[in-house]
Design a binder for this molecule. Structure first.
Ligand SMILES: [Zn+2]
Length: 341
């Protein structure tokens, strides 16, 4: 009896060890599909109804409602066993930004960071980001910011959870991944500016790419009859390889219509310069900005969680996850082959 148990234990230990070391490219591909499917409309919905609830008071930078949102993110990472990055700039998932660091920051605020360490190239970092602040309460009305950018915030939580599930099964990403929830975007991209210009938690030259999500839960006027789309901005501006990887991942795993209307250098909206990814792009870090376009509830108190299309939100979140997975596990980091404009 004892012998059998020992023998079995030995076998399991051996299987475990060997399986850790012999994952092939095909294994990683299958794993991508498997963990991508853990990102669901219902979990995103559950998070967003809390994150964009009146209790969080529009998440205005430095205000109590935003602190609640920060704590929600912190608690989630702690519960999932996702680490806080080891850095003198970060304590318990928070990177503090003191008031008046920039004139427009009136009260102390913080970026929130979760981290998964890479197994083969831990010093190379992929950043996935979304801003978690919004514009607060005005004239007694709460601006819930469900799409802007509650949608990106909860997408980031689900992406992190999917990666962490993979880690637990032995599929650690080869490069490290930083899940970066940025503050003070609405008052001038200041959380990301603080990260890139004042306190990069990881060296910018080791940062291989930034995938930034800002508004992915709605369907704009143009796509009412074909909601299976997302606008991509910036993917080809610095790295042809990043653009090609993004295209092929979508063809293979998510089949969304990738709309590049706003990627046009002559587009008057200039969205490339209008969300947090730009602070990375200006440092020659290739970026992709994921965006659903504008709608009548944009920056209105009517941007509420009941108006989100959760199936589409899930699909777009899956696209970001799949793209991140390929970037984190690719043989080489995407080559920067184009000059900054
Ligand atoms: Zn936004």
């Amino acid at each position: 009896m004892k012998k059998t148990i020992l023998l079995l234990a030995f076998c399991f230990a051996f299987l475990e060890c060997s399986s850790q070391k012999t994952f092939t490219k095909e294994d990683y591909e299958k794993a991508l599909s498997k963990y991508m499917k853990t990102i669901t409309a219902s979990e995103l919905k559950e998070h967003l109804y809390i994150f964009a609830s009146d209790e969080f008071e529009g998440r205005n930078t430095g205000e109590p409602g935003q602190k609640k949102a920060a704590k929600y993110i912190q608690d989630f990472y702690a519960k999932e066993g996702i680490q806080s990055p080891e850095s003198p700039y970060v304590q318990n998932y928070l990177q503090p930004i003191p008031a008046k660091t920039f004139p427009r920051i009136a009260k102390d605020t913080e970026n929130v960071l979760g981290f998964i360490k890479g197994s083969e190239k831990p010093d190379e970092i992929l950043i996935i980001s979304a801003h978690y602040d919004h514009v607060g309460v005005r004239n007694g009305e709460i601006f819930n910011g469900a799409d802007d950018d509650g949608s990106g915030s909860v997408a980031l939580l689900e992406i992190a959870q999917a990666f962490q599930k993979a880690v637990k099964d032995g599929f650690s990403p080869k490069r490290s991944i930083l899940f970066l929830h940025l503050t003070a975007e609405e008052i001038g991209l200041l959380g990301s500016k603080f990260y890139t210009d004042i306190q990069p938690v990881f060296p910018l030259e080791n940062t291989i790419a930034n995938l930034n999500i800002d508004m992915i839960g709605r369907v704009d006027e143009k796509h009412q009859n074909e909601p299976n789309y997302v606008y991509l901005i910036g993917s080809d501006k610095l790295s042809t390889e990043l653009h090609n990887l993004s295209e092929s991942v979508n063809q293979k795993y998510t089949q969304l219509k990738l709309d590049y209307t706003y990627n046009d250098d002559n587009d008057p909206n200039r969205f490339y310069y209008r969300s947090d990814h730009y602070n990375f792009a200006k440092n020659n870090i290739p970026i992709i900005f994921y965006f659903n376009g504008v709608h009548p509830d944009y920056h209105q108190p009517t941007d509420t969680p009941d108006k989100i299309n959760y199936e589409i939100l899930a699909k777009r979140t899956q696209l970001v996850f799949a793209t991140a997975w390929e970037l984190a596990n690719a043989e080489n980091r995407p080559v920067v082959d184009k000059a900054q404009k």
